[in-house]
Design a protein around this ligand. Structure first.
Ligand code: ZN
Length: 138
């Protein structure tokens, strides 16, 4: 069995942002040379998500509005922020949107369903963050 590890880095301009990282994950898969196996992608931070969905018009704005209803940004809204932090909302948003994705690798390609693409979801950005891509197989 082969294993391949790569780290992707993101520093978003906005506090909250969604980035399509499908091409970068595909790039890592090509470099790995793995034909059959599994590809894990996860942010190494507790205020960011990696998730799979469509890259359709309006969808990211819908996610943003929905998350803001569930966990609105606000320093005085969360017990976590009593520690002096202001990212209580970002921890909750990350939990809702998920920690990681695992995609099957078949014939050297990410074996997606129709329209599936991989996104990095940043909820407390404007600083350097790291995403792990780990591919195992043969
Ligand atoms: Zn925090």
């Amino acid at each position: 069995m082969k294993a391949y590890t790569e780290y992707l880095y993101f520093t978003t301009r906005q506090k909250q942002e969604f980035i399509n990282i499908t091409d970068q994950v595909n790039g890592a898969l090509k470099k790995s040379g793995i034909q059959e196996g599994l590809c894990l992608v996860n942010p190494m931070h507790i205020t960011a998500s990696v998730f799979i969905n469509d890259d359709e018009g309006g969808l990211h704005e819908d996610f943003t509005l929905w998350l803001e209803k569930l966990a609105p940004f606000g320093k005085d809204k969360y017990r976590h922020n009593l520690t002096g932090e202001d990212n209580g909302d970002a921890h909750l948003k990350r939990t809702i949107m998920g920690r990681e994705v695992v995609v099957a690798v078949t014939g050297g390609k990410l074996d997606f369903g129709p329209w599936e693409q991989i996104f990095y979801g940043e909820f407390d950005g404007q600083r350097k963050k790291r995403v792990l891509v780990k591919i195992i197989g043969e």
